[in-house]
Write a protein that binds this ligand. Structure first.
Ligand SMILES: Nc1ncnc2c1ncn2[C@@H]1O[C@H](COP(=O)(O)OP(=O)(O)OP(=O)(O)O)[C@@H](O)[C@H]1O
Length: 258
């Protein structure tokens, strides 16, 4: 549903996205991960044609909607008017669904959007996006600023989209939530993709090993008399222990910045 090949984008002298390629299939949840400034939002904006890419090819097969990183909405209107406006401007929007989400998210229909808390405004934006019947859903940091209960609910709703055959592209900093829902991930560091695979494969592929020998991998930690490496299973030496997704992420990002 989404194909990105050799995408490049620079801001003046800063190469924000450097030859990024990946594919997302129908019904998949794909997570683009990386530390602050890695190039995730720029990649997403190039895909959505909100930014002009310098090089590369992008193919999008289907209708789509987008939850931006900055969740800004009209402040002076009420929540229920926001729903009515959404119905007017999008042919894919279901008012009935939106009202169901508004209730599920405990949002006050008669409150002005400008009076909602940061988390409530995010939930309103999510209610609108989730009420669009499209093929592909793009979410830039969908659970940013939400409490743990709402975070869980939103993750479940995103998971349900894929169970309905919808395709999901999300960016996130929260690895534990990505681990719960993503099928496939790409880890970005300094504009480049440093790892791209199905999440299950990724966790199978890497281990930590503690040894004094030289290892074909990434030095994760060093103490006085030991070195801990993250490496692919076939390169492991010494004492081998499983690597968590968080450790894999940290080691690959550190290496990517070198
Ligand atoms: N409009 C812009 N002008 C100049 N540089 C920019 C602009 N937008 C982004 N950048 C730079 O491009 C790089 C990638 O930024 P981007 O917002 O894509 O990262 P990100 O991975 O989404 O980060 P975060 O997780 O903090 O949102 C950063 O170095 C950033 O400073």
């Amino acid at each position: 549903m989404i194909t990105v090949k050799e995408l490049e984008k620079s801001y003046k002298t800063k190469k924000a996205v450097d030859k990024v390629s990946f594919e997302v299939d129908k019904g998949e949840i794909f997570a683009l991960l990386g530390p602050n400034g890695a190039g995730k939002t720029t990649t997403l904006k190039c895909i959505l044609k909100l930014k002009k890419m310098d090089n590369g090819t992008i193919t999008l097969n289907g209708t789509y909607t987008y939850l931006p990183e900055k969740k800004e909405l009209y402040k002076s209107i009420k929540v229920k008017q926001m729903i009515e406006i959404s119905e007017d401007i999008s042919k894919y929007f279901s008012k009935q669904k939106a009202l169901k989400y508004i209730e599920e998210f405990n949002l006050p229909l008669n409150e002005k959007v400008g009076n909602l808390s940061h988390g409530m405004a995010t939930l309103l934006y999510l209610a609108i996006i989730l009420s669009e019947n499209v093929d592909i859903y793009f979410f830039d940091e969908p659970t940013w600023g939400l409490d743990p209960i709402m975070q869980k609910k939103v993750l479940e709703l995103i998971r349900n989209l894929s169970l309905d055959g919808k395709t999901v592209f999300l960016t996130s900093h929260i690895l534990s939530e990505v681990e719960k829902i993503a099928d496939k991930v790409a880890i970005m560091s300094d504009g480049k993709i440093v790892e791209y695979d199905y999440l299950d494969n990724l966790k199978e592929k890497y281990v930590l090993c503690i040894t004094q020998e030289k290892v074909n991998g990434y030095l994760y930690k060093k103490t006085e008399n030991e070195k801990v490496f993250l490496c692919k299973k076939e390169h492991a030496k010494g004492k081998i222990i499983p690597a968590t997704f968080e450790i894999i992420f940290e080691a690959l990002v550190k290496e990517g910045k070198r």
